[in-house]
Design a binder for this molecule. Sequence first.
Ligand SMILES: Cc1cc2nc3c(=O)[nH]c(=O)nc-3n(C[C@H](O)[C@H](O)[C@H](O)COP(=O)(O)OP(=O)(O)OC[C@H]3O[C@@H](n4cnc5c(N)ncnc54)[C@H](O)[C@@H]3O)c2cc1C
Length: 487
Amino acid sequence: MTKIAIIGGGIGGLATAYRIHEQLVVTGKSAKITIYDASDRFGGVIASSMRDGFTLEHGPDSIIRTKPAGLQLIKDLGLEEQLQPTQEHARSSLIAKGRKLIPVPDGLYLLAPAKIWPFITSPIISPLGKLRMALDLILPRRSWEADEESLADFVRRRLGREALERIAQPMISGIYTADPEQLSLRATMPQFIEMEKQHRSLILGMRHRAREQAVASARGPRYGLFTTLVGGLGTLTDRLVERLRTAGCEFLANTRVEKIVKAESGGYNLTLSEEYRHFDHVVVALPAHAAAKIVKPLDQVLSYKLATIPYAGVATINVALRADQIPNLPTAAGFVVPAVEGRTLIACTFGHHKYAGRAPEGHALLRGFVGGALHEAVLERSDEDIVDGVLRDLRDLLGLQGKPLFTTVHRWPKAMAQFVIGHTDGVAVIRGRERNFPGFAMVSNAFEGVGIPDLAAQAEAAADRITGNNRQLPGSINDAATRAETA
Ligand SMILES: Cc1cc2nc3c(=O)[nH]c(=O)nc-3n(C[C@H](O)[C@H](O)[C@H](O)COP(=O)(O)OP(=O)(O)OC[C@H]3O[C@@H](n4cnc5c(N)ncnc54)[C@H](O)[C@@H]3O)c2cc1C
């Protein structure tokens, strides 16, 4: 019987195994699928738990609706009825400034405003900073034949330093936990490049876009585009594991794959700690740094390219409270904190506002984020120290009173891929090298996108490669329309 190994039991690996199994069923072929994970559980960074009536997300909490592969996977797994939208009254966000939380001005979309008046009246940017932003209306466009530009250089050039520090950096940090000085605009938000090409001014481009797409009502992240599952996103990975076990897949936890070698007889040998096993097909579904180590004997260039993709670590801190401990909590989904504020928190979600049923009646659930490319040193601190820093910020910014009912800290070292300058070209090389190996496929949050739907789309393509089905990967990295929706 054909043997298929999936290395990595996060959403990338599980979704690929599921799509392969599905195609085998359709074509009437049979194969033995084995899924390896170095940790003691499956799901990777996706994990949810219940405690005292609170639904806790340890890693991701939302799926964007506009990238079809994520929702399609949920539907195919029979989980459509468990989908839960963001609560309508909380579809806005705030930005920290000093000890205040200021609403994101109406019509602001990531970097630039689509509506002028709410922006002029907002205290988020100083009067001088606003004047500098207005220069965008007359500044000439850049020749986009020139070198790639970082997100920071782009925002500074068009809108000025204050717009970068007070708006773009914290907003982008909420998505990529990245350093904007390194982040590739082309790989992450090419819609803004298109805007400059077409409209010269970002503000004019945003106004045009607002008219076309009615995004003017958006306030910061468009929360209406996000969804989750009842019980948390762990429901998704749990269902995948359940379906795959029922289908006869072999799950090997606590089993680190150390290297992949091409077998002389065809196929691949996987080296495990004390043995090696032969497979006809192999899927590597790992963060790029982990993939780099195991593919080294297969292809040095591939390994090198993977190793050059940087990652940042983050931690999430759930804070369970009685509602009366934060009596003045704004009606929003949460807030972001500019790095210039020098706080422990980089962002915080009001979990019970964002999704219904996350906290028992009369209670509140906050979820803080720390770390990321600009604050990684925070992760060297002890859990107690991190929680102290987060609670200090919550006291300052939300007026938190007393001690929380409980807190949890979940650390995700080297989990967030950083799409730095040159990323698009690097991924093109990686995909080119991958094609040299028959029966071999790679899935990673370091390639076409970091989100769950991006991995679900890659899983479809990887399954096609393994089973010989010839569909195209939906949403390639250069597909501006798809990237626009990520943002
Ligand atoms: C805190 C946080 C919040 C996020 N929020 C969102 C969100 O709201 N929405 C969204 O769409 N995305 C979000 N993301 C991004 C998204 O969740 C991840 O990019 C995605 O889940 C990664 O899945 P993966 O399968 O590629 O990798 P992982 O989940 O990292 O899984 C890889 C697995 O491989 C295993 N492994 C590693 N090395 C080996 C080896 N040598 N042999 C065998 N096994 C190995 C690991 O143990 C791990 O289980 C978030 C990420 C984090 C960390």
